[in-house]
Design a protein around this ligand. Structure first.
Ligand code: SOE
Length: 403
């Protein structure tokens, strides 16, 4: 049983001398989330190097200056190339829309900077491949890279992965993974960059389906090898924005074409032969941010829902017959992944903690000369799954191999 601990989370012991000077490119919603991660991680975790939030890079000088001040960055800039060329920057964190990931990441790696890049890794397999090649090249010189599939770092999902790896639910037989949101169910929601193929690459498939694929692969330790799927755009025109930023903005009366999918439904075959079903939708009315996964095994099952992220439902098939049922495990014990450095048992964590855990793991790996995961190669694989789903949809849902 978890013993309530005293209210003393700051049990840090190490005196850190090395610092990692970070430049973050992109200043939208993900910029705020990553800033929170960099700022908080060294205050709660004993890190081998101290992250310094050096430069925030954005497109609009005034807005970037103001965000830098709000979020705790020392400087701001509108020129990512000039920032990447600086000797006093060690890490480049990329949180821009997908259409600029490849250019920025490759330039940063070639300049000898460690790179953290938001998901999905790129907009196309070709870009993701070039990024992975550049990462491999840089790795030979001790330069590290990682993709920001942050939900791997929610304590309950990390714990789920540990349980599957330890054999607790036996052989994985079936997986159901879905990421459901409803912010597009209003047909008058504006045409943001996330609805434009040339900027976002794809719609629900890449934005949130990528998380479902990564989480399913992470928790099961398997790869999706074949898929059959369908993509659909439910509202084909939306009000054009004066300037599109993130999920919202102010729209006028002019309407423009939505060029990405609103819903992606697909079936996948995992490396072991097990079946997995996936859904990514921004039209699931009432579901705000429901990344859910259920893994059914020969000895038990696991179920997680991001809307209840401190909980993991566990079913153990060897329980007494009269007591069988999913039990709700509150993943807030000091023995659970990441939790020990936070609050006393039962005191909840939230969305932003995943970004602190991501920053912590990245810093530990960079300072410890280890390859962080998920790697660019992992990101390339997810990109190949997304591409295979699009190819399958175009071929009347035929089964397609993930290349
Ligand atoms: C928008 O749909 C979004 O912010 C995604 O881009 C994120 O990756 C996901 O974590 C939450 O939803």
């Amino acid at each position: 049983m978890g013993v309530p601990r005293s209210h003393s989370p700051h049990r840090k012991t190490t005196i850190v001398t090395q610092s990692l000077r970070i430049a973050m490119v992109g200043a939208g919603f993900m910029g705020a989330a990553h800033s929170q991660g960099w700022r908080v991680a060294p205050r709660f975790f004993d890190l081998p190097a101290r992250p310094e939030m050096s430069v925030l890079v954005g497109r609009d000088a005034e807005r970037t200056r103001s965000s830098a001040a709000d979020w705790g960055w020392t400087e701001s800039s509108t020129d990512w190339r000039a920032v990447i060329a600086r000797d006093d920057i060690d890490v480049v964190d990329i949180v821009t829309p997908g259409d600029s990931h490849a250019e920025i990441a490759i330039a940063a790696l070639e300049a000898g900077k460690h790179v953290l890049c938001e998901k999905p890794l790129a907009n196309t397999v070709e870009e993701a491949q070039r990024m992975t090649d550049a990462a491999e090249q840089a790795r030979r010189h001790g330069i590290r890279s990682m993709v920001g599939f942050t939900y791997r770092r929610v304590p309950a999902t990390t714990f789920a992965r540990d349980l599957v790896a330890s054999g607790r639910i036996g052989e994985v037989r079936q997986v159901r993974a879905e990421y459901l949101q409803d912010w597009l169910s209003d047909a008058d929601a504006p045409l943001t960059w996330r609805l434009q193929k040339e900027r976002a690459g794809s719609g629900a498939l890449g934005d949130i389906g990528a998380h479902a694929v990564d989480l399913a692969e992470y928790i099961t330790g398997q790869r999706v090898e074949r898929v059959s799927g369908v993509l659909e755009t439910l509202v084909s025109e939306r009000p054009v924005l004066a300037e599109s930023s993130g999920l919202s903005g102010s729209a006028g009366t002019e309407r423009g074409a939505v060029t990405v999918d609103d819903v992606a439904l697909f079936t996948g075959r995992l490396s072991s032969g097990a079946l997995a079903s996936f859904e990514a939708s921004r039209f699931r009315t009432g579901r705000k941010n429901a990344l859910r996964i259920e893994v059914s095994g020969s000895l038990g099952a696991l179920a997680f829902d991001l809307e209840r992220l401190n909980e993991l439902d566990l079913y153990v098939a060897t329980d007494a017959e009269t007591e069988l049922g999913f039990r709700r495990v509150l993943v807030t014990e000091p023995g659970h992944p990441y939790v020990g450095r936070w609050w006393p048992t039962g005191h909840m964590l939230g969305y932003e903690h995943g970004f602190a855990h991501q920053a912590k793991d990245f810093i530990e790996d960079v300072a410890g000369d280890r390859d962080p995961r998920p790697s660019f190669a992992d990101g390339l694989h997810v990109q190949s799954v997304l591409d295979a789903v699009a190819r399958s949809s175009a071929a009347d849902s035929a089964w397609v191999s993930v290349s």
